[in-house]
Design a protein around this ligand. Sequence first.
Ligand code: GAL
Length: 379
Amino acid sequence: MSVRFNRSLFTFILLGFAVPITFAADTGRGGFRPGELWLDDRGVHINAHGGGIIAHDGVYYWFGEHKIAGEAGNVAHVGVHVYSSRDLVHWRDGGIALAVSDNAKSDIVNGCIIERPKVIYNAKTHTFVMWFHLELKGQGYGAARAGLAISDKATGPYKYVGSFRPNKGVLPLGFDAEVKTVPDPGELKDKKSAKAIQAGDSVRQDGQMSRDMTLFVDDDGKGYLLTSSEENRTLHLHELTDDYRGFSGKWTRIFPNASNEAPALFKRAGKYYLFASGTTYWNPNPGRSAMADSIWGPWTVLGNPCRGTQRENATTFASQSTYVLPVSGRPGDFIYMGDRWRPKNAIDGRYVWLPVEWENDRPVLRWHAEWDLSFFTRP
Ligand code: GAL
């Protein structure tokens, strides 16, 4: 009896000290272990799905969808969760940055859909600006709106401003209102949608649909919303106003009718790169990539960036892109961030982060079961 007591006391002491030091607050024993449980400083799996990260004053802030257990987690019951870190490995829980509302009249009432939140810092107004994909409660994915929230502090609380279908009544670059044709209809899948796109029906006068989205800030400080529109058939790039809270009116369509979603945009050595996925709901599919000399295009398809087994390439290492993170202090080094969704138990979704590798000026991804930032400094 006394031996047992001593042993459990020993275990208790050991765990009491060892847990916070050895296991907690870690994306996988000092580095990244894609697909494993990633624990925050409280020892809880990080809850920031479909996320994005900004670096500000030496700290990384990771924003993502807070999911609850079960299929109920596929809609928003809590809001946008934020974590902070100095090394991308140890994450401190910063709580809920943008909370859903109890008010049935609010766009962001509990039960709406809030996906893929991203935050950028606006130096002119000294505010953090969050955009996200918003679907109104009870309307499935029909609303297709871009939601906006702002805060003076990175971790929030963010104040909900409103939601938009961008660039109402404004034609995209190169779109001739009279002729009503688009410059590059791409690979048109069926006659009906081909006709609609040629006729410009999908470029809506009442504002453009906006679903899977990301934000990007260029070297000159201009901000952009890149979003899946036209029923997810065509990516739209919208330039933001100087305060990042609205649309300047300059926008373009990228890869019409190619059905890209989960877009992530990054820039290296003056060239723009794009990762995206196909449209298969929560199921992963072969990744896509593209590059351009100007953000306004023309964009060139680079194909599937994955360099793995056939099966890995077919599923982007069982993930869907959400963001490409520039590593602070290491220009040209990037981390691919993807989600391994678990729609039956949404809270258990996993994070697949991989270093972006390069074949000349083509970004590629390889599987690394365990890796850390020293990857980027290897000779
Ligand atoms: C995916 C999309 C996710 C989510 C999901 C719902 O295609 O990338 O963000 O919207 O569909 O089925």
